[in-house]
Design a protein around this ligand. Structure first.
Ligand SMILES: O=C(O)CCC(=O)C(=O)O
Ligand SMILES: [Fe+2]
Length: 354
C-alpha cells in the first residue's frame, strides 16, 4: 500500500437521516431504514449524515479532546486506567492497550502481541450509574468543565444511537421495530477519546508500530467521529484482506455493527474488520522523516445492558437457517473479550511520555 496515494472517492454507503424525523412520513422513514439495514447486511459500515449530533457539539468535543491530550503526562495520570482488563475507564497512555483480533485467554500471547506497540493514547468514559465500571474522572480543577461537557455529550450520542437502533429494527422488519431499544438503556455504553500522536510514516509502513491493528468491535453498534487526518480502513466484505479507505466526511458519523449484534442477528448484520493506518493524502505528512499528522477520533460504543441475554432474533432464524450461536450474557461476553486487550500486570509507575 503506497502511502503517497491520493484518496479515492468514498466507497462506503452514505445514509441520509434527513427523512428519518418524527414528522417524516412512514414511507420516508422506511426507505431510510431499509437502506441502512441493507448496508449493515452488505457492508457493515456506513456513513450517516444529518444524524442529530450537531456540528457545534462535535467541534466542542474535539476541542476538549485536544485540551485533554495536550495536558502534561503527570496531569493525565491523575485519572489512570485501572489495572487489569475488567474496568475500561480513565486514561490509557501510549502502549498500554493492545488492540487485536485474537480471542484467547492465553496471557503469554497477549504479551507477545504487545511487542508491536499501538501508538495511541485514549480516555474512556461511561455512565456515572454503571457500578461495574466506575468512571475515573480527572480532578475538575485540572480541566474545568471537561466532565460536565463529556457527560452531556455521552447522553446526546445515546439519543442518536436510539434512532439508529430503531432504524435498523425497522429496516429489518422486526415484528417490534423498537425491540433493540429495550436492551439499550445507555448505561453500558462507552465514549472513547483517542489521540494518535505524530509518528514517522516508515514505522507504520514497516509495521514496527501500529496506530490501530485490524479488529472488530464487540458491542451492538459503534458511532465514530473522526478528524480530517484520515487513516481508517474497512475490510471489503466481498474480498477478504482488501481494505477500503473510510475517508473523512466532515460531521458525518461512521457507524458500524459490532460482534454482539452480528451474533444477535445470526450473522445477517455484519461486524466488519477495520484498522487505522497511514493517512491517505500526501499533505498529511511533514519533513524528511515524513512525520504523519496527529489524528483525533471519538468512537462511541453502544452495548446492551449488562445483564442482557443476547439470543438469536426470531426473525433471523428458520428451519433452513438455524441459530448459529447459543445465548450469552453481555457481562460474560465483555469480560471474555476484554481479557487480552489490557495487561494483567500492575501498570508501570511511569508511562512512556506521549
Ligand atoms: O480511531 C479510529 O478511527 C477507529 C477507532 C476504533 O476502531 C476503535 O476504537 O475501536
Ligand atoms: Fe473499532
Amino acid at each position: 500500500m503506497g502511502s503517497m496515494e491520493e484518496p479515492q472517492p468514498h466507497k462506503l454507503p452514505v445514509i441520509d437521516f434527513a427523512n428519518w424525523r418524527e414528522d417524516s412520513t412512514p414511507e420516508q422513514r422506511y426507505q431510510v431504514a431499509k437502506e441502512l439495514a441493507d448496508a449493515c447486511h452488505n457492508v457493515g459500515f456506513v456513513y450517516i449524515i444529518n444524524h442529530g449530533v450537531t456540528p457545534d457539539l462535535l467541534e466542542e468535543a474535539f476541542g476538549w479532546s485536544k485540551r485533554l491530550f495536550d495536558l502534561e503526562t503527570e496531569k493525565k495520570m491523575l485519572a489512570p486506567h485501572p489495572n487489569g482488563p475488567t474496568v475500561h475507564r480513565g486514561y490509557s497512555w501510549p502502549g498500554l492497550e493492545k488492540v487485536s483480533q485474537v480471542i484467547s485467554t492465553d496471557m503469554e500471547l497477549g504479551e507477545k502481541l504487545r511487542e508491536v506497540r499501538d501508538c495511541k493514547e485514549s480516555y474512556e468514559i461511561g455512565s456515572d450509574e454503571n457500578e461495574e465500571q466506575p468512571n475515573v474522572w480527572l480532578p475538575d480543577e485540572v480541566l474545568p468543565g471537561f466532565r460536565k461537557f463529556m457527560t452531556n455529550f455521552y447522553w446526546e450520542c445515546h439519543k442518536t444511537s436510539r434512532e439508529i437502533l430503531t432504524a435498523i429494527g425497522t429496516g429489518m422488519q422486526l415484528q417490534d421495530p423498537e425491540f433493540l431499544l429495550r436492551f439499550h438503556a445507555g448505561h453500558n455504553n462507552q465514549l472513547r477519546l483517542l489521540h494518535y500522536p505524530p509518528i514517522p510514516a516508515v514505522e507504520l509502513e514497516e509495521e514496527s508500530s501500529a496506530r490501530m491493528p485490524a479488529h472488530s468491535d464487540w458491542g451492538s453498534i459503534t458511532m465514530l467521529f473522526q478528524d480530517d487526518c484520515g487513516g481508517l480502513e474497512v475490510e471489503n466484505q466481498h474480498k477478504a484482506g482488501e481494505f477500503i479507505k473510510a475517508l473523512p466526511i466532515k460531521n458525518a458519523i461512521i457507524m458500524n455493527i459490532g460482534d454482539l449484534l452480528m451474533r444477535w442477528s445470526n450473522d445477517y448484520l455484519k461486524s466488519t474488520l477495520h484498522r487505522v493506518t497511514l493517512p491517505p493524502a500526501s499533505d498529511r505528512y511533514t519533513g524528511t522523516e515524513r512525520m504523519t499528522r496527529a489524528r483525533y477520533s471519538i468512537p462511541y460504543f453502544i452495548s446492551p445492558d449488562i445483564d442482557s441475554v443476547i439470543e438469536c432474533l426470531k426473525e433471523c432464524a428458520s428451519t433452513t437457517n438455524p441459530a448459529k450461536y447459543g445465548p450469552v450474557v453481555q457481562r460474560e461476553y465483555r469480560l471474555m473479550r476484554a481479557k487480552l486487550q489490557y495487561p494483567e500486570k500492575p501498570a508501570p509507575s511511569t508511562p512512556i511520555a506521549a
